[in-house]
Design a protein around this ligand. Structure first.
Ligand SMILES: Nc1ncnc2c1ncn2[C@@H]1O[C@H](COP(=O)(O)OP(=O)(O)OP(=O)(O)O)[C@@H](O)[C@H]1O
Length: 609
């Protein structure tokens, strides 16, 4: 119990450090107190980028935009309101709301407009540079909001410092130490909120997003909404930093929107550690401290020396300073898998584990009818008819194989079912719903489980975390997801690899893991694209067992090249040829069909048969 109380969690360490810093700073000179406020404010800006980029994988190169917006909103609001309210903390709140709103607006267009990862960096940078140009051109007194002159490239002067008071009552500007204490307290509060968010399912899903956005979506999570939320939270934190900066410097200039500021934030984060929130603060202290030291003695060589040092740090410690130090102090870091997994006995991986039935209690296929039918489905790439007028219905239960020679259109058909391509025309109906244009996460939620050809897993998370995230997508309960994840991991024979990073599994194990992840979402239909590609014979046999077990509960559609695997499954087969359904039946019947032998199985050396 004592151990539990004093376990150094990030939140406890943050709170303890905040108290030590606030009290300890009483004994340092004013100029150092002021410098510390500045660095902690910058650290907060860095932390906002770590949250957005390091944790969720959204590279917001123009994070300074929200810092600047926060600063200007604070300036405008405080200049206009302080005479009435006698305090400026309401202006801080307005600044946070303003920055979060701006991030929400930009994020909505980027994430719902499906802007690619690289372009997010470009769009955010372009946004901050547009603000730089705009704010620089507001020097004329015409540009004012109430009593607040925007000031153009000269900057906005006369911004009130942090002030405490109430309407009609006294009004007192905070001293340098009081400002530092408030900055430390607010930074600690923000860090605690971020740590709390990251240690909850929201945080696990955010890590999944960073690891593999496509898989996250295929599990049924709405990644656009999650990205938007993360981006808005990051914007709000940057806005808070901007407001505190404006209050601290009592001035706001368009340079905060400039390219140099944008690059600086990225450098702080790279040096401190892209995935470490605390690292952002260390990055600021390291980079700004080094600049200050070099600035006092380095003369003209300062930028060059600083640049070389930073390149060396990034090259020698690619994870950043803080993660490198943590790894040295604590070589075996407790992974999140340990945090969310119990120490249940682990099943040994055995090549002869027979998975004839699904784990007991798994309601796969029970809830919704998994009837899938397509009508007149077409997909054209330029002039090429990759899928040409396909109409087909699948039974509610059992395995169904789609085969065909290379280029027959199987994968394109699969991708149309999975929602990875929009069809040129035609209709896809699933469980009585029109799914023709549904987003992948909508299909997943409706009960379509999709396994892609190249195992789509979360390589940087453990096997258990992979499975837990899949189960949680359906169950929305931590403990139930825990139990299901363990049951399916054991069913797959991966119990001994529970805490292994998924990226370190063998090829076959990754494919099974993905089949298990799909199973954990309680699908009514499972779509598998070449599940045995690259597998050994033993692995193929085991995969056939897993697929047969699934097929006894739900409809499983398998696109496959491996005839031995299809033979082992002994299920109905449909042959595709030139984008259309060519023939259907059992493999044996089809092998006797002259036309099939000619196009595929063949007499002319076609593979597989
Ligand atoms: N994204 C794409 N853009 C353009 N053409 C494509 C695209 N995907 C597939 N095609 C073309 O569509 C046709 C059907 O390809 P598809 O991959 O669906 O066939 P397949 O039966 O799955 O073949 P394989 O077994 O070799 O994977 C091919 O001519 C292919 O070049």
């Amino acid at each position: 119990m004592t151990q539990m109380l004093f376990r150094p969690t990030p939140i406890r360490v943050t709170l303890a450090l905040a108290i030590v810093l606030i009290v300890g700073s009483l004994w340092i000179p004013d100029f150092l107190q002021s410098q510390a406020s500045n660095w902690i404010i910058f650290g907060l800006l860095g932390a906002s980028l770590v949250f957005v980029w390091g944790k969720a994988g959204i590279f917001s190169f123009g994070q300074g935009a929200f810092f600047g917006i926060g600063g200007y909103v604070y300036g405008i609001a405080s200049i206009n309101l302080v005479a009435t309210t006698n305090e400026t903390f309401s202006a801080v709140v307005l600044a946070v709301i303003g920055a979060a709103f701006a991030a929400g607006l930009l994020g909505y267009f980027m994430f719902y407009g499906k802007v690619g990862d690289v372009y997010v960096g470009v769009v955010t940078l372009a946004s901050t540079l547009v603000l730089f140009t705009f704010m620089s051109s507001t020097a004329s007194p015409v540009y004012h909001v109430g009593d607040a002159l925007l000031g153009g490239y000269n900057g906005m002067a006369g911004v009130p410092p942090l002030t405490l008071g109430w309407p009609g009552g006294p009004s007192e500007a905070l001293t340098i130490w009081q400002t530092l204490a408030v900055v430390i307290a607010l930074a600690a509060l923000v860090l605690c909120v971020l740590y709390a968010l990251l240690s909850r399912p929201f945080g696990y899903i955010v890590s999944a997003l960073r690891e593999n956005e496509q898989r996250t979506q295929l599990l049924g999570y709405d990644v656009r909404l999650r990205k938007l939320l993360v981006f808005m939270i990051g914007g709000a934190v940057a806005g808070l930093a901007g407001a505190l900066y404006a209050a601290w410097s009592m001035f706001m200039s368009p340079t905060v929107f400039g390219l140099q500021q944008a690059a600086l934030v990225v450098i702080w984060v790279l040096v401190g550690g892209r995935a470490s929130i605390a690292g952002a603060f260390c990055g600021v202290v390291f980079v700004e401290g080094l600049s200050a030291v070099l600035g006092s003695g380095g003369g003209n060589a300062t930028p060059i020396v600083l640049g070389v040092v930073l390149i060396l740090v990034v090259l020698l410690l690619p994870q950043g300073v803080v993660p490198a130090v943590q790894a040295r102090l604590k070589p075996r870091t407790r992974t999140r898998a340990h945090a969310i997994a119990d120490d249940a006995p682990e099943a040994e991986l055995s090549s002869d584990t027979v998975a004839e039935t699904l784990p007991p209690g798994l309601p796969v296929g029970r809830s919704i009818s998994g009837k899938l039918s397509v009508t007149g489905l077409h997909k054209r790439f330029g002039g090429l008819r990759a899928v040409n007028d396909v109409s087909i219905s699948f039974a509610e239960r059992g395995v169904h194989c789609l085969i065909g020679p290379n280029g027959a259109g199987k994968s394109t058909f699969f991708n149309l079912l999975a929602g990875r391509f929009p069809p040129t025309s035609g209709q896809i109906m699933f469980a009585g719903r029109d799914m023709t244009h549904a987003e992948p996460h909508t299909r997943a939620r409706a009960g379509m489980g999709i396994k892609l050809q190249i195992a789509s897993i979360f390589p940087g998370l453990s096997v258990h975390e992979n499975m837990w995230l899949s189960a949680y997508a359906k169950l929305h309960s931590r403990t139930e997801a825990e139990a299901r994840a363990s049951a399916i991991t054991d069913w797959l024979g991966l119990g001994a690899q529970r805490h292994t990073l998924a990226g370190e599994l063998s090829h076959g194990q990754k494919q099974w893991l993905e089949i298990g992840m799909v199973t954990a979402t309680e699908p009514s239909i499972v779509l598998l694209d070449e599940p045995t590609a690259g597998m050994t014979r033993t692995e193929t046999t085991r995969t056939a067992q897993l697929v047969s077990a699934l097929g006894s509960h739900v409809n499983v559609i398998v696109v496959e090249h491996d005839m031995e695997f299809v033979r082992q499954l002994d299920v109905p087969v449909t042959i595709f040829h030139q984008g259309s359904v060519f023939a259907s039946g059992t493999l044996e019947d089809l092998q006797r069909d002259e036309r099939v032998l000619n196009i595929y199985l063949g007499r002319h050396g076609a593979h597989g048969a």
